[in-house]
Write a protein that binds this ligand. Structure first.
Ligand code: TRP
Length: 452
């Protein structure tokens, strides 16, 4: 059996470095772009409440479990699953979990990169003063004309993919720590300024009401699934990203504490984004359910009219792009780590191949916003299908398996040793990971399928 205590690849320089990298992975388009628009599409308050419950009861325990599996084996997710099933004497089919994660990561990145491309294009639009004094209608036209152009979307998608792969080629724990260290506080301050702007509109309380007062009549089985899927998506769980980062975590650092910090920071950014955006939506008679264009149709209105709006607009979209970069890195890292550590690829070659495949797949998303907007499968466009398949199915299934593995398969003394928690804390986690998280995922699925 392979020696599980041997370190085989690089490590973070400290606990803080791990927190930064994992927060960098968690905070991204999911918080600022996706959370507001799916909240708008799913009726607001009740959806937000379900999402928060999912983060607390399912997300955090699974984040602890996923980090733990990575750190125990100190290898990429595919090898982690091989090694840990061997250690627990479990069935070889667990190996597929690592594979599923690699595939889910590349599928997500294919559309993530397209949207990050939009954010990059908006840096330029902010810079050239496109938002200046523009009203809601002009901002909407700007967006509609932009996404109608496949050439422009392909250009920005390509640029973002190249940037991602260049960073990944240099190795994850090099420049990343520093980027995130400066990014998070800056992003936070900008979000607060946007919230201040939202307070000045006449619809601040209407926005808050929409976000925080639950109306359960708006909650369908599918919105519950979307809320749960988003808890996985926003925390980067269920596909091995956090497992890879955990594998770089030195032994002896408290995993549980770091999980709370990461999930807390991530949730805060999402809520701030919602608090900033919905008042602007209502003040301009826009619709909360405008879909993936929501932030691109609302925030520029704010930048176009506020003091220092020009600088703020540029800064905001630059930071959104960096936040997306630190997330997309973690989406390819499992694939790259596996190609390098198991298939003998050089890091550069692994990046070129996984980057090219993801880029090509991303073209489907690009076209689903224009030329192929009428191409529907199961009533969904290519983009919607990829999003549903990954966030609502693959990640929860991946998370479910991680929970079952950590709760039922892994020997208790191993998880106890790895987590090193006080008795009560360990017991609480054990109950959540063994019973609560898996059955919650299971029941939501049954509900959507219509069995319940
Ligand atoms: N969490 C990121 C966001 O909210 C997206 C992301 C990065 C992700 N790595 C992931 C999602 C791994 C799922 C799995 O933008």
């Amino acid at each position: 059996m392979t020696d599980i205590t041997k370190t085989i690849h690089g490590a973070w320089s400290s606990r803080f470095a791990f927190i930064l990298a994992a927060t960098g992975s968690a905070v991204g388009l999911g918080n600022i772009w996706k959370f507001p628009y799916i909240t708008g599409e799913n009726g607001g308050g009740a959806f937000v409440l379900v999402y928060l419950l999912c983060v607390l009861l399912i997300g955090i325990p699974i984040m602890i479990a996923e980090t733990m599996l990575g750190r125990r084996s100190q290898r990429n997710p595919i090898e982690t699953m091989e090694l840990l099933t061997e250690e627990a004497g479990a069935d070889k089919n667990w190996h597929y979990l690592g594979w599923m994660g690699v595939i889910a990561g590349l599928l997500i990145l294919s559309y993530y990169s397209v949207i990050a491309g939009w954010a990059s294009a908006y840096v330029l639009k902010a810079f050239t003063g496109s938002f200046f004094d523009a009203d809601a209608a002009a901002i909407k036209t700007l967006f509609d004309e932009f996404v109608a152009s496949p050439i422009q979307l392909i250009f920005w998608h390509s640029l973002f993919m190249i940037a991602t792969m260049m960073i990944v080629a240099r190795g994850v724990n090099k420049g990343l720590e520093k980027a995130v260290q400066f990014l998070m506080p800056a992003l936070f301050v900008l979000m607060l300024l946007l919230v201040a702007y939202a307070m000045g509109t006449n619809s601040y309380f209407k926005g808050l009401n929409f976000l925080f007062v639950p109306d359960f009549s708006k909650l369908t089985a599918n919105s519950v699934l979307t809320a749960m899927g988003h808890a996985f998506f926003t925390l980067s769980l269920g596909m091995g990203a956090i497992m890879v980062y955990g594998s770089y975590l030195p032994k002896g650092i408290s995993i549980a504490k770091t999980a709370f910090i990461i999930a807390g920071a991530d949730t805060l950014v999402a809520l701030l984004a919602g608090i900033a955006i919905f008042p602007i939506v209502f003040a301009n008679n826009l619709h909360p359910d405008s879909g993936p264009g929501l932030i691109f149709q609302t925030l520029p209105i704010a930048f176009g009219s506020m003091t220092f709006g020009w600088v703020m607009g540029i800064l905001f979209f630059v930071m959104l792009v960096i936040a997306a970069l630190t997330s997309s890195i973690s989406l390819v890292e499992p694939a790259v780590a596996w190609l390098v550590e198991n298939k003998g690829f050089s890091r550069e070659k692994a990046c070129v191949w996984s980057g090219l495949a993801t880029w090509a797949l991303g073209l489907g998303t690009v076209l689903s916003f224009n030329v192929w907007s009428n191409v529907k499968l199961f009533d969904r466009s290519i983009f919607q299908l990829l999003d549903y398949l990954t966030a609502n199915l693959l990640l929860p299934v991946g998370g479910f398996c991680i929970a079952v593995f950590a709760g039922w398969i892994m020997h208790r003394q191993h998880s106890e040793a790895e987590l090193n928690l006080p008795a009560q804390g360990y017991q609480l986690w054990k109950v959540l990971i063994t019973y609560v998280a898996p059955s919650a995922v299971f029941f939501v699925f049954l509900h959507v399928v219509g069995v319940l």
